[in-house]
Design a protein around this ligand. Structure first.
Ligand code: ADP
Ligand code: MG
Length: 552
C-alpha cells in the first residue's frame, strides 16, 4: 500500500477561485478591508499584551482610487508582514494567518474581533485584478518587501523602501472590472459592507465648515478646511453595553442603519450573549399594522462588524424577517454561500436563541407597562401572531404576552379571556366558545346582537387570523372559535333567557319564512332577534366551517 498527498497546484486553484469561490465579485473589497482590519486589531492586541513595542497611535485604513493608473489601493497601518511571513501567509493558498493568530493567542485574543477564517479572502483580489502588489513593512524591525503576482502561480518578491509600518495592497484592475475604479461604486461597497467596521476607513477628503468665533463680524464668512472623509462608524450601538445606551441612542442607531426610514421603531431588543455562542445585536419592531411585507430595510447579518447579508430567508425564522436591525456573531461564516448558511449548525442555534429572546422580551415589556404594550399591540400583533403560528417555542411562551382585544378596545391575555367568558360562553359539549369579528364594520349587527346577549366579542382582524385560530384550537383543550356571524352563536348556553319578543309565534313564523324565501342559499340560517335590544330584527348566519373554507 502506498500513501501520498494529493497535490493541489495553485495553477488549478486560481481559475476555480475566480469562478466559484464567491458568487459576487464585489466582495473582494470586503475581504481586503477585513484583512487590513485584522492586521490593525492584531497589532492592537499585541501592544495590549506587551508583545509589540510600538506606538499604536490612531491607525486608520485608506482606500484610494488611481483612475489613470487603473489601480485601487488599500492601505493599513497594522501589523505588516516580513518577507518570511509573506511567503508563509500569502503564498500558501488556504492557510489562514487569522486562524493561526487566534490559535496562538487563544486565551487572550478570543474577543479581539479577528475576522479572517478560511485563508482564502486575499485571493478574491484576483476576481477583479490582473495583477496584485503587496508592499508591506512589519512592526518588527525588518526590511519592507514587495510581492507581485499576475494571477499565474509565479510571483516575485523583493526588498523595497517603505518607511511606515503596515501594508499597502495595490490592485491593477482588470479590463472587465473597471467599475471598481468608479468613486461612486467603491463608496457604495464601503457603505454596504464596511459601514460599521471597527477601524476608521478613509475614502478621500471632505470639506468641513468651522464654527465662527464668538466675536466674529456679522458678515464674516465661516472658514472651511479639508478633513479625512471617514465612511464608517467604528463603534455602532450594538457593540456597546445596553447600560451605556439611552432610548434616543437606539433611535439614532435605527436611523443610521436605515437612513430612509423616518418613522421611529416601537421597541428594540438588545441581544447580548457569550454562551453557548457569541452574539450581539439589536432588533427593532417597526410599525407594521397589518402589513406582512418588508421588502427593503431588512435584518442585517454581520460577522465581527463586517456585513455578511440581508438576505436572511431560511437563516432566521420567517416571522423575525418582519423585524429590522442587526445580528452580529463571529460564528456566522463570512465566505460562504447562502445554502451553506442555511444548513450551518451555529446559524440554526442562533436563530432559535433569538426566537426565545424575542419571546422573553415581549413578556417583560407587557409586565413593565401593560398600557403601553396594549397601545402598540395593533402594530406588532402580526409579528407575534406569525411567530405563534410558525415557531412552537415561541407559541409555548405566547400566553404570557399575546393579547386578544375585544371590539370595544379592551385587551385580554388568554387566561383573562377564559376567566371572563367561562360562565357565559360554553356550548352544549362544554367547549368554551370564543366569538370574534374580523371586520367590525361589516359584522356590526352580529356584534351588536352578541353583545346584547352579554357575550364577549373579540376583534381579530389581521390577515393570518384563520391560521392563528387553527393553531389555538389545535393546541388548547376544549375551545372553539366562532366568527360572530356563524351559527355557533345559537348553540351557546346562556345564563339569562332572552326577553320574550314582542311578536307572537305566528308573526315570528311569517317573518322567518319571508326572509328565508329571500335567501336562495340554503346554507344560511335565519334567526329572529329580540326587537328591543338589537339593531337588527333578524340575523342570517352561516355554519362556521363553511365560512372558513372560503377564508383559507
Ligand atoms: P484569512 O484572513 O482568512 O486568514 P486571507 O487569505 O484573507 O485569509 O489572508 C491570508 C493571510 O495573509 C492573513 O491571515 C494574514 O496573515 C495575511 N495578510 C493578508 N492581508 C494582510 C494585511 N493587510 N496585513 C497583514 N497581513 C495580512
Ligand atoms: Mg481575510
Amino acid at each position: 500500500m502506498t500513501k501520498g498527498n494529493i497535490n493541489v497546484s495553485v495553477e488549478n486553484i486560481f481559475p476555480l477561485i475566480k469562478k466559484f469561490l464567491y458568487s459576487d465579485h464585489e466582495i473582494f473589497l470586503r475581504e481586503l478591508i477585513s484583512n487590513a482590519t485584522d492586521a490593525t486589531l492584531k497589532l492592537k492586541h499585541l501592544t495590549n499584551i506587551g508583545e509589540a513595542n510600538v506606538d499604536y497611535g490612531t491607525p486608520q485604513i485608506e482606500v484610494k482610487i488611481d483612475k489613470e493608473g487603473k489601480k485601487l489601493h488599500i492601505i493599513d497601518q497594522g501589523i505588516g508582514m516580513t518577507g518570511e511571513e509573506v511567503e508563509k501567509y500569502i503564498n500558501q493558498v488556504a492557510f489562514s494567518g487569522a486562524e493561526e493568530f487566534l490559535e496562538k493567542y487563544k486565551d487572550s485574543a478570543k474577543d479581539a474581533g479577528i475576522i479572517g477564517h478560511f485563508g482564502l479572502g486575499f485571493y478574491s483580489a484576483f476576481m477583479v485584478a490582473e495583477k496584485v502588489e503587496i508592499i508591506t513593512k512589519s512592526y518588527k524591525d525588518e526590511p519592507a518587501v514587495r510581492w507581485i503576482c499576475d494571477g499565474s502561480p509565479e510571483y516575485s518578491i523583493e526588498e523595497t523602501d517603505k518607511a511606515t509600518r503596515g501594508t499597502e495592497i495595490i490592485l491593477h484592475i482588470a479590463e472587465d472590472s473597471t467599475e471598481f475604479l468608479e468613486e461612486s461604486r467603491i463608496r457604495e461597497l464601503l457603505l454596504k459592507y464596511n459601514k460599521f467596521m471597527p477601524v476608521p476607513i478613509k475614502f478621500g477628503t471632505k470639506t468641513e465648515t468651522l464654527p465662527l468665533p464668538e466675536d466674529a463680524a456679522e458678515d464674516a464668512k465661516p472658514e472651511t478646511k479639508e478633513v479625512d472623509n471617514i465612511i464608517n462608524n467604528p463603534t455602532p450601538a450594538w457593540t456597546k453595553a445596553p447600560s451605556e445606551l439611552k432610548d434616543e441612542d437606539y433611535k439614532n442607531f435605527y436611523r443610521e442603519l436605515y437612513p430612509m426610514q423616518f418613522e421611529d421603531p416601537l421597541f428594540h431588543i438588545h441581544l447580548n450573549v457569550d454562551y453557548p455562542f457569541n452574539l450581539t445585536g439589536i432588533l427593532f419592531f417597526p410599525k407594521l399594522g397589518n402589513n406582512l411585507n418588508i421588502e427593503k430595510d431588512k435584518i442585517q447579518l454581520y460577522q465581527n462588524q463586517v456585513f455578511v447579508t440581508d438576505e436572511v430567508k431560511g437563516i432566521v425564522p420567517d416571522f423575525l424577517m418582519l423585524l429590522r436591525g442587526v445580528i452580529d456573531s463571529p460564528d456566522i461564516p463570512l465566505n460562504v454561500s447562502r445554502s451553506y448558511l442555511q444548513a450551518d449548525g451555529a446559524v440554526k442555534k442562533i436563530s432559535s436563541y433569538i426566537t426565545k429572546k424575542v419571546g422573553d422580551k415581549m413578556a417583560s415589556l407587557i409586565n413593565e407597562n401593560r398600557e403601553d404594550f396594549e397601545k402598540k399591540w395593533n402594530d406588532i400583533k402580526i409579528v407575534i401572531e406569525y411567530g405563534m403560528i410558525s415557531e412552537d417555542k415561541f407559541y409555548d411562551k405566547s400566553d404570557k404576552f399575546a393579547l386578544y382585544p375585544n371590539v370595544d378596545g379592551k385587551y385580554f391575555l388568554w387566561s383573562e379571556l377564559e376567566e371572563k367568558i367561562k360562565a357565559n360562553q360554553t356550548d352544549k359539549d362544554g367547549n368554551l366558545v370564543i366569538l370574534y369579528a374580523s371586520d367590525e364594520h361589516d359584522q356590526h349587527s352580529y356584534v351588536q346582537a352578541a353583545k346584547d346577549k352579554g357575550y364577549e366579542v373579540l376583534l381579530l382582524d389581521s390577515p393570518i387570523v384563520p391560521h392563528l385560530i387553527q393553531k389555538l384550537e389545535g393546541s388548547k383543550e376544549k375551545i372553539q372559535f366562532a366568527r360572530v356571524d356563524a351559527d355557533h352563536i345559537n348553540n351557546l348556553i346562556r345564563k339569562d333567557e332572552p326577553v320574550i319578543s314582542k311578536l307572537n309565534e305566528e308573526e315570528k313564523e311569517t317573518l322567518k319564512k319571508t326572509v328565508e324565501e329571500g335567501i336562495s342559499d340554503a346554507k344560511f340560517t335565519v334567526q329572529l332577534e329580540d326587537l328591543d335590544s338589537s339593531d337588527a330584527p333578524f340575523i342570517i348566519t352561516q355554519p362556521e366551517f363553511m365560512r372558513r373554507m372560503k377564508d383559507m
